[in-house]
Design a protein around this ligand. Structure first.
Ligand SMILES: [Zn+2]
Ligand SMILES: [Zn+2]
Length: 746
């Protein structure tokens, strides 16, 4: 009996000995390099997570797919480059981790020297105690990084002999360019002087990564054969001690252990331009991994390179030196463009079935460009593609997590066959008929009544959630199209560019060319973290061959200008023209005449919101006579009621439902009823609620008295003067659809 127990115990010990922390290891693609998912990867081991790059929108993919980045397990982030594509999602991720990690252990942020400048610049909107990074610079003198799971060699390229970034004098930032900047802001713990220049040649880092070896398994058969009794002697042997048997035979642990499993190698190759190729392929660090080298060949190579690099003969020949068994993944927007299906496509298509006008089909192009081919056997990477390194039995690609496109037609058909939803619309139909009759009779005296946002006005809700991007709602942003040729953004949370891209697809560059200004309501990250990406893409879309680009105005708190200034001076070149939101306290339009005629805005007023320091609400009047007011984040504010008086459309935050009024007070937000009440006080003709904090979309409860002039915003919802009046009809059917969505998720 005792022997049996001991035997079981020993077999458990033997199992746990082989159960090293590396029994399960995989690499997952969090972004495939397409326009809406910058190249980012997660290396998963049992006790650690390693993140490579953290682009904008990555957090939404993490949340959407419930990827467990346990804050205590993510200790190291490695950057291949210091630009927005690599760091855009970093502040959001840091804030999330900070909320979950009580111990507040700093995360090591490895990468180019200028990363520090980016982290410093974020102090204009994040308390740095919350952004708990320890910045560590990789240079070519850095031998390697090593812990119990991986060994990682950086390959640094920082001098390619040609300028990759041009700087522009025509920008707010030119004032501060090349100046040393002393930083002693209240949000930053210590005064700090740093000397980074606007980077002319940004540092690019590739990585060679090797998993640690797995110790060999203890072989009971062998111990048996050597005559080791199954008692404490065997236990000692398993624990790594040399033992002597009764007959005097000495048995060493290695006599009873199988072969070690060598650590597999993978490489992340970042080669952004043809200019980088000579240095990269000439780098001696790679040579030992060639087929005739002493190290084993890489299992996997991830190429963050545009197609002109991949098609380059010198580059292609170099990749062949690693042998025929290496698998090559391509990550870029040339071939991976537009293949990331939207995060909650299926539920969106249900809304599309209700009204194809208000929830239009998104125009991002699902098809890969046909004229671009990758080399034979190379793989065009999908976001969420996974490669299992261990266990050996699972080794290889796993495509099960990749988001699949949904069949729009079948969803539309299903919804059309649902009598409950149809009846809900018909019931509302009756309501709307009555209201339309009333409205029509009013129309004779007040043409505005049927013309809430003018002949060509259109509101596109790009992000309607608060705080963090979630599966259903991205963070705040609203595109307001003022007329045929111009538009503006109200707030610009992380991933706004991705939302624009999904919404407009190939037409996006037209929209960017029409974009004339961005209003930033306040410095909470969910309202502005996406601005750099929009500025960069706007410049790309408007720049002509002679370098001229059309200026983009940013109106907001001073802090956004300070942040952009520092970002531009020390990290990456961006262009904008700033106007403080306080300039619009008086009722004058201080825009230049050209902008005024282009935008058609004749009055623009701002007022301090009741939310955080330097938060603003805005109201604007179009020359066609219609007026729109947007609250940003605020508690009910009488000053906002004043500037928004008689607005045709009020867009008001409704972060909390009515029963959470205490939370709304303590966090300085509004409840559903408070938002509606502001509309009543303002005498607004129509109110649209947005900035919801719920995990699932749902229709917040509010009084039926107001249901004929209230709408609920949803991501990608698009309304004009006609369709906005249809919104109340959708409340009941949306309620049914959202309830079901919640049940599916639970
Ligand atoms: Zn907010
Ligand atoms: Zn806020």
């Amino acid at each position: 009996m005792i022997f049996k127990q001991l035997s079981r115990k020993l077999s458990r010990i033997s199992k746990s000995m082989s159960a090293s922390k590396l029994n399960k290891v995989y690499l997952q693609i969090l972004g495939n390099g397409s326009k809406d998912a910058p190249a980012s990867f997660l290396l998963f081991t049992e006790n650690q997570r390693y993140l490579f790059n953290c682009g904008a929108g990555i957090q939404r993919i993490i949340n959407r797919n419930r990827i467990k980045i346990h804050p205590l397990k993510l200790r190291n982030i490695f950057m291949t480059r210091a630009d927005f594509n690599a760091v855009g999602g970093l502040p959001g991720l840091a804030l999330t981790i900070n909320e979950e990690d009580d111990i507040k252990t700093p995360i090591n942020l490895w990468g180019p020297p200028s990363l520090e400048a980016y982290i410093n610049a974020t102090r204009f909107y994040i308390f740095h105690q919350k952004l708990n990074f320890r910045h560590l610079t990789f240079t070519n003198d850095t031998p390697y990084f090593q812990d119990e799971n991986i060994k990682l060699w950086p390959v640094v390229i920082d001098d390619v002999g040609s300028s990759l970034y041009e700087t522009s004098e025509d920008s707010e930032a030119s004032m501060n360019k090349n100046k040393k900047m002393k930083v002693s802001e209240e949000r930053f713990p210590t005064s700090h002087v740093y000397n980074y220049q606007n980077p002319q040649q940004p540092t690019i880092i590739s990585y060679i990564c090797q998993l640690s070896q797995l110790p060999g398994k203890f072989l009971n058969d062998k111990a048996e054969a050597l005559g080791v009794p199954n008692n404490k002697l065997r236990k000692s042997l398993i624990m790594g001690q040399t033992i002597t048997l009764r007959n005097g035979t000495v048995v060493r642990p290695e006599d009873c252990v199988g072969p070690q499993e060598p650590g597999m190698v993978f490489m992340i190759i970042h080669c952004p331009t043809l200019d980088h190729i000579p240095q990269l392929v000439g780098c001696s660090r790679f040579e030992s991994y060639f087929t005739n080298g002493e190290n084993q060949q890489p299992e996997l190579m991830l190429h963050i390179c545009p197609m002109n690099v991949i098609e380059n003969t010198a580059y292609l020949d170099w990749t062949k030196k690693f042998g025929p068994n290496t698998k090559h993944l391509v990550l870029n927007s040339d071939v991976c463009g537009g293949v990331t299906p939207i995060i909650s496509e299926e539920s969106y298509h249900k809304l599309h079935a209700l009204s194809s006008e208000i929830f239009p089909l998104l125009k991002y192009n699902k098809l890969r460009p046909v004229d671009k081919k990758v080399p034979n056997n190379w793989i065009i990477t999908d976001t969420l593609l996974t490669y299992h390194f261990r266990p050996r039995s699972l080794m290889g690609f796993d495509r099960s997590k990749i988001l699949q496109e949904t069949n729009v037609n079948s969803i539309v058909e299903k919804i059309n066959n649902r009598m409950d939803i149809k009846n809900a619309i018909q019931f509302s139909n009756q309501d709307i008929l009555d209201r339309e009759n009333r409205t029509l009779s009013v129309k004779a005296t007040s043409p505005v009544q049927r013309n809430l946002i003018g002949r060509h006005g259109e509101i596109v809700f790009l992000g309607t959630g608060s705080c963090y991007p979630s599966k259903y709602r991205n963070v705040s942003s609203i595109l307001l199209r003022l007329n045929k040729n111009s538009c503006m953004l109200m707030d610009c949370g992380e991933g706004t560019f991705g939302q624009l891209y999904r919404h407009y697809g190939s037409e996006l560059s037209d929209i960017l060319r029409q974009l004339k200004f961005i209003f930033i309501s306040h410095m909470h990250a969910d309202h502005h973290q996406g601005i750099v990406e929009v500025l960069l893409e706007h410049k790309r879309a408007t720049q002509s061959t002679d370098g001229y680009y059309s200026p983009l105005y940013v109106i907001g708190p001073w802090a956004i200008n300070k942040f952009l200034n520092e970002y531009n001076s020390y990290f990456e070149s961006v262009q904008w023209r700033f106007m403080s939101a306080t300039e619009f306290f008086k009722e004058v339009c201080v825009f230049s005449d050209v902008v005024k005629t282009e935008l058609g805005i004749i009055k623009l007023k701002t007022v301090y919101a009741d939310h955080c320091k330097g938060a603003f609400c805005i109201a604007l009047t179009h020359r066609e006579g219609w007026k729109l007011a947007y609250s940003g984040d605020t508690q009910p504010s009488s000053k906002f009621v004043e500037i928004g008086k008689d607005a045709d459309v009020l867009i008001h935050e409704a972060t909390f439902e009515d029963d959470l009024v205490d939370e709304a007070r303590s966090r300085k937000h509004s409840t559903t009823s408070e938002a509606i009440e502001i509309g009543v006080k303002m005498n607004a003709k129509f109110t649209i609620l947005t900035h919801f904090s719920q995990r699932y979309p749902k229709i917040p409860a509010f009084s039926e008295n107001y249901s004929d002039r209230t709408g609920i915003a949803y991501d990608h919802m698009t309304v004009n003067s006609e369709s906005i009046l249809f919104l109340p009809r959708l409340l009941k059917p949306l309620n049914i659809i959202f309830k079901e969505e919640e049940e599916i998720e639970d």
